[in-house]
Design a protein around this ligand. Structure first.
Ligand SMILES: CCCCCCCCCCCCCCCC(=O)SCCNC(=O)CCNC(=O)[C@H](O)C(C)(C)COP(=O)(O)OP(=O)(O)OC[C@H]1O[C@@H](n2cnc3c(N)ncnc32)[C@H](O)[C@@H]1OP(=O)(O)O
Ligand SMILES: Cc1cc2nc3c(=O)[nH]c(=O)nc-3n(C[C@H](O)[C@H](O)[C@H](O)COP(=O)(O)OP(=O)(O)OC[C@H]3O[C@@H](n4cnc5c(N)ncnc54)[C@H](O)[C@@H]3O)c2cc1C
Length: 647
């Protein structure tokens, strides 16, 4: 590939952009200094020859992939320690390096230590007493032990009250006896459980004095610290009394049980990971949309006008309609995720001082935001793949693997439908409170005002769209609530009525979440615009408007059902959408440049900064071991005899 050549189309795109992409980068990183620190950090890892790929891991066997991943995870860990020693990395950077987009670029096939950092350590911090934290945290930080989070069993992932593993307290020896007596009680899915971890937080039903007290977390050693040989399996395994994490519920040495202020505090780590997922989903989406946008600026195909040369595929308005909403969705999830992170931190510190009031609202928001961000990012990444035609299907494009990582988010840490139903539970109570004139929490305040009006007159503004989406959400909440209560009045018991209404309940939850995202995104942009250049402010505003208009247009049926919108208003909305796509078009490449994702993290011939798509694609396929020899052995072994036999 010729060195230092830049694709001519991308050069032109960069000249057309109305703002300086660096300004966007600094905004997203939190300042120029932060950008510089991030870039240095990335360089520190990506320039390490031991971490850079000599050949794509696609061509390795499963076993080799695992061994390769462990080797790299260990190198990464040592490098993080070096940074920490120099005061250049904190907990947040740990997450970025080990779990964020940098981590996923270095450890393309998964991080064997991921669960150690994302769930094992946070569980000890959130559920362990001060003494237990003192005992376990430094060992875990220094990787003297490697942990995982073993909750899901073969028979149960969602319904954790139904877990079968038991931990029975024996006061005579001051030990817990752990048992997984059936096939369905085997722990199944925990990351790193098979070969990497030597300890786990095991979630089990606590029995003491003959009474079951529900699920609780226990630290269990899985493998010998020296030989790494597995400890005897989960049949009557004894662990010391103080291996039960007892910050919340406790068993005293005599076996009496002291209840937690809320049994749901045991579910705390899950809330933490759901909050983290919103940001991660956004970051994976921005990587995919960077690839697809740059590719679409470089790729020429077909005609718009027969007389003109083949256009960049980015000039097809349908292509813009595939990609630009994904650009906007990134920002929407980024700002909603940041908002949720702040709320999480505030509520967590309130919990520390015994205040539990805001936990239900946090749970309701974390559930629906995790579900919607995972689903929308997965769908958005798939749209980006399709937007790259055949080349997007190639594994080296990085789009299939990115989709694979994000679609897993739909299932893990609470399956999406199940989480939306948790939010629906909260919304049904909120609607009842609204009817009863009871106070409402901030995120559902809108129900009060929307209840009184069927809709305002159309005006071309995001506040009108927010109001419309709130009307849709309130309408759906009201309908589900009414339908469920009608059933109950007709004699259906409340649990069956809930199940029978659950399609509408899930839809209500999604609508509530979408209204929340649009409002949070809009408020964030309103706050930012005065502090940035007029050009960047305009670009950010257009993206926000696009997200709002496009989301509303995707819900035309609901809009017609729940507001007094006219068909003329819908035509106005469609025109507005088309105007926005045209306005964003010149800035599209500048926006993804502003994301400032290093080429090694992009890891796709379609999306590199220089736009040398075809040269890079060719270089990539040349790496396949299949292409090393002109004739593969299988020809002589199988094809040739078959061809001969036909002669
Ligand atoms: C630093 C390095 C980084 C490295 C980075 C590497 C990358 C790495 C990527 C990540 C990788 C992750 C990998 C996945 C790891 C797993 O997937 S771990 C397993 C996760 N499992 C789950 O999420 C299970 C989902 N299920 C559940 O959460 C619960 O069973 C359910 C669905 C919430 C139901 O629970 P339940 O006890 O039956 O509750 P339910 O009767 O429905 O409700 C009772 C009450 O509790 C409330 N409630 C339920 N849950 C909660 C809660 N959490 N809080 C507060 N209240 C709650 C309800 O709102 C309800 O309230 P009321 O309406 O009665 O007032
Ligand atoms: C990549 C990956 C990594 C994971 N890592 C871990 C880990 O490290 N540790 C760990 O403990 N677990 C882990 N898990 C397990 C994960 O948390 C569970 O798979 C998840 O919680 C879903 O539970 P399930 O598999 O039992 O699905 P199920 O609950 O069996 O879901 C199957 C279907 O049933 C539906 N359903 C279930 N209950 C309800 C309901 N109440 N109402 C309506 N519909 C319902 C669901 O919507 C879904 O359509 C991981 C899973 C994956 C995929």
């Amino acid at each position: 590939m010729p060195a230092n050549t830049m694709n001519e189309d991308l050069k032109r795109e960069r000249q057309r952009c109305s703002f300086d992409p660096k300004e966007l980068t600094y905004l997203l990183d939190g300042g120029e200094e932060k950008t510089e620190e991030r870039r240095q950090r990335e360089k520190f890892f990506l320039d390490d020859p031991e971490l850079s790929e000599t050949a794509p891991s696609d061509y390795l066997s499963h076993k080799e992939k695992y061994e390769h991943a462990v080797k790299k995870a260990c190198i990464v860990f040592k490098k993080v320690q070096q940074l920490q020693a120099q005061g250049k990395a904190g907990m947040q950077n740990f997450r970025e390096v080990l779990g964020g987009q940098l981590g996923s670029a270095i450890l393309r096939d998964g991080n064997p230590l991921g669960l150690h950092y994302v769930m094992f350590i946070p569980t000890i911090m959130g559920q362990g007493t001060i003494e237990q934290q003192a005992e376990w945290i430094s060992k875990a930080w220094n990787l003297e032990i490697i942990g995982t989070y073993a909750q899901t069993e073969l028979g149960h992932g969602t319904f954790i009250r139904g877990l079968e593993t038991t931990a029975t307290y024996d006061p005579a020896t001051e030990e817990f006896v752990l048992n997984s007596p059936t096939l369905t009680s085997y722990k199944w899915w925990p990351g790193g459980l098979g070969h990497t971890a030597n300890y786990a937080v095991v979630v089990a039903q606590l029995y003491s004095q003959g009474i079951c007290h529900g699920i609780h977390p226990f630290i269990v050693q899985l493998r010998d610290e020296e030989t790494h040989l597995p400890m005897p399996g989960f049949e009557n395994v004894r662990i010391p009394w103080n291996y039960m994490l007892m910050k919340n519920g406790k068993v005293l040495k005599d076996g009496s049980y002291v209840k937690s202020p809320s049994s749901k505090l045991t579910y705390g780590t899950m809330i933490f990971v759901r909050v983290v997922i919103v940001q991660d989903a956004a970051n994976y989406l921005r990587k995919a949309v960077t690839i697809a946008t740059r590719y679409s600026a470089v790729r020429h195909q077909s005609h718009i006008k027969e007389s003109a040369p083949e256009p960049q595929i980015l000039d097809f308005v349908t292509q813009q309609h595939k990609l630009f909403p994904q650009l906007a969705t990134y920002f929407a999830l980024h700002y909603s995720g940041a908002w949720l992170w702040d709320m999480y931190n505030n509520v967590t510190s309130e919990l520390e001082s015994g205040e539990l009031d805001r936990l239900p609202e946090l749970h309701a928001l974390a559930c629906c935001l995790k579900a919607v961000s995972a689903a929308d990012a997965a769908q958005g990444i798939e749209t980006c793949r399709l937007a790259c035609g055949g080349h997007g299907y190639m594994s080296c494009s990085s789009l299939p693997i990115t989709y694979g990582l994000v679609t897993a988010m739909v299932t893990y840490e609470g399956e999406n439908t199940v989480l939306l139903l948790q939010t629906a539970r909260y919304l049904m109570k909120a609607w009842q409170n609204c009817l009863d004139g009871q106070p409402l929490t901030p995120s559902v305040q809108y129900l009060n005002s929307v209840r009184r009006s069927f809709g305002g007159v159309y005006h071309k503004s995001v506040p009108w769209i927010i109001a419309s989406m709130q009307r849709i959400a309130a309408g759906k909440i009201e309908t589900a609530h009414r339908h469920m209560n009608d059933k109950i009045k007709r004699g259906v018991n409340s649990e069956d009525a809930w199940n029978e209404t659950s399609i509408e309940l899930v839809a209500a939850s999604e609508a509530h979440c979408k209204a929340f995202i649009v409002e949070t995104y809009y408020n964030s942009v309103q706050q930012i615009v005065p502090s940035v250049s007029q050009q960047l402010g305009k670009a950010l505003t257009e993206l926000c408007e696009l997200y709002a208009v496009n989301t509303l247009l995707k819900n035309i049926g609901d809009l017609l059902r729940y507001s007094n919108v006219t068909t003329g208003d819908l035509e106005n909305l469609q025109r507005w959408l088309e105007e926005l796509l045209a306005a964003i078009r010149p800035n599209a490449v500048g926006i993804v440049d502003g994301f400032d994702i290093n080429d090694a993290i992009i890891a796709s011939p379609l999306g590199a900064y220089d736009g040398n798509v075809y040269e890079r694609l060719f270089a990539e396929v040349s790496k396949s071991p299949l292409n090393a020899k002109p004739v593969n052995e299988s020809f002589h072994k199988y094809l040739k005899p078959l061809l001969k036999s036909k002669m």
